[in-house]
Design a protein around this ligand. Structure first.
Ligand SMILES: *Cc1c(COP(=O)(O)O)cnc(C)c1O
Length: 364
């Protein structure tokens, strides 16, 4: 399968902000533009039929979802720095770990991932098998504190390989440029008449780089679109202040590198919806379990509780709020529909200390 999509030689962002093209490495990974479709399959469930979706779940046939766009910039930087290994951390079912494993392998980089505990779902087991099948080195992290210590140890080991650290969630300013580019891609689709200009964009939010970059990008375009994050991570890590920081850091990064053309007439407009998370990151809620099949109706692949199902729970509540009545809503599908292949011997390749995951009862 092809890593580089045919014909994609340059992000739209480099045409809009040419100084970035000189300052930053970039590698094509996204099969762009991703389709825009009508969410008619869930219209009855939503209670309205004027909702659209942006299918970033199809961003790559290797593994789609929102991390791929970030990796066009971030993995290019890893390669440009001469690093040969990426060290990262994430939950047992982390999509960022899977994306790192898949695209790291595709670009010839070693990947070492430290995995912290989260509720064991069917999807979490599958993620572990997908991750191990890429050849990534997996380390059990346990709780948050031991995960931090084991990640540090993982960074210090084999330092000659030039280990490059990617934070859980990978929402650095460099990575966030992927969703600035996505905002321009959406604008071109609106221009072509594929959908009306959205009044609100709804998406699941954790480390918040996707939300921050879409809010900056739409503001730069001069749109008043509100970007609504359905919070899927703990409030301590995902709140007004943390998101404000990601917005400001990304904004500053752009001002320094493109002082002439990076000018906004509007502030970034975004908000958070807190009602879908339930007991915490990765924990099922009855509404999310019900919504797993709605993801299937939209994409042809069942969802999971951490991201995609909670996003639809949030979308439904938002779609019924009086202030969005008669407005154009766009749900941004961030979970990959393609699932990377699982090797026949994948269960045996799972390190001893992580084997318990495969046997644990599934909460969803
Ligand atoms: C990572 C991820 C998110 C959260 O994106 P952030 O930019 O970290 O807020 C949402 N949905 C899916 C499927 C993801 O993998």
């Amino acid at each position: 399968m092809q890593v580089a999509p045919p014909g994609r030689t340059r992000p739209q962002l480099f045409d809009a902000l040419p100084a970035l093209a000189d300052a930053l490495p970039w590698r094509p990974l996204v099969h762009a533009p991703t389709p825009i479709e009508h969410a008619s399959a869930i219209a009855g469930w939503l209670g309205r039929d004027d909702v659209w979706m942006k299918r970033d779940d199809l961003a790559s046939p290797l593994y789609g979802g929102n991390k791929v766009r970030r990796y066009e910039f971030l993995l290019a930087e890893v390669v440009a720095r001469g690093a040969r290994r990426i060290v990262t951390a994430g939950g047992l079912a982390s999509t960022q770990v899977t994306a790192t494993a898949v695209f790291g392998q595709a670009l010839g980089l070693a990947v070492r991932a430290v995995l912290f505990d989260q509720p064991i779902t069917k999807y979490a087991k599958e993620a572990l098998l997908m991750d191990v099948s890429t050849g990534a080195e997996l380390i059990w992290g346990g709780g948050y504190l031991t995960t931090v210590l084991r990640t540090l140890r993982g960074l210090l080991r084999d330092r000659r390989d030039g280990n490059y650290f990617i934070m859980p969630g990978a929402s650095s300013p460099t990575a966030n440029l992927g969703y600035l580019d996505a905002a321009l891609e959406l604008a071109a689709q609106v221009e072509r008449g594929e959908m009306p200009r959205p009044d609100a964009i709804v998406l699941p939010t954790g480390s918040s780089g996707t939300l921050a970059a879409l809010a900056l990008g739409t503001a730069w375009l001069g749109w008043d679109t509100e970007i609504i994050g359905v919070r899927i991570a703990p409030r301590l890590l995902c709140n007004r202040f943390t998101i404000g920081n990601v917005v400001r850091a990304t904004d500053r990064f752009l001002r320094v590198r493109e002082p002439v053309r990076w000018r906004r007439s509007r502030p970034a407009r975004w908000s958070l919806y807190h009602g879908a998370i339930g007991a915490g990151y990765g924990y099922p809620t009855p509404e999310a379990i019900e919504a797993i099949d709605r993801v299937n109706a939209l994409t042809g692949q069942p969802g999971e509780v951490t991201y995609s199902a909670k996003a639809l729970v949030g979308l439904r509540a938002i779609a019924q709020e009086p202030r969005w009545r008669g407005k154009t809503l766009l749900v941004w599908n961030t979970l990959s529909t393609p699932r990377p292949p699982v090797a026949a011997d994948a269960p045996e390749r799972v390190p001893q200390r992580l084997r318990w995951v495969l046997e644990a009862p599934e909460v969803a």
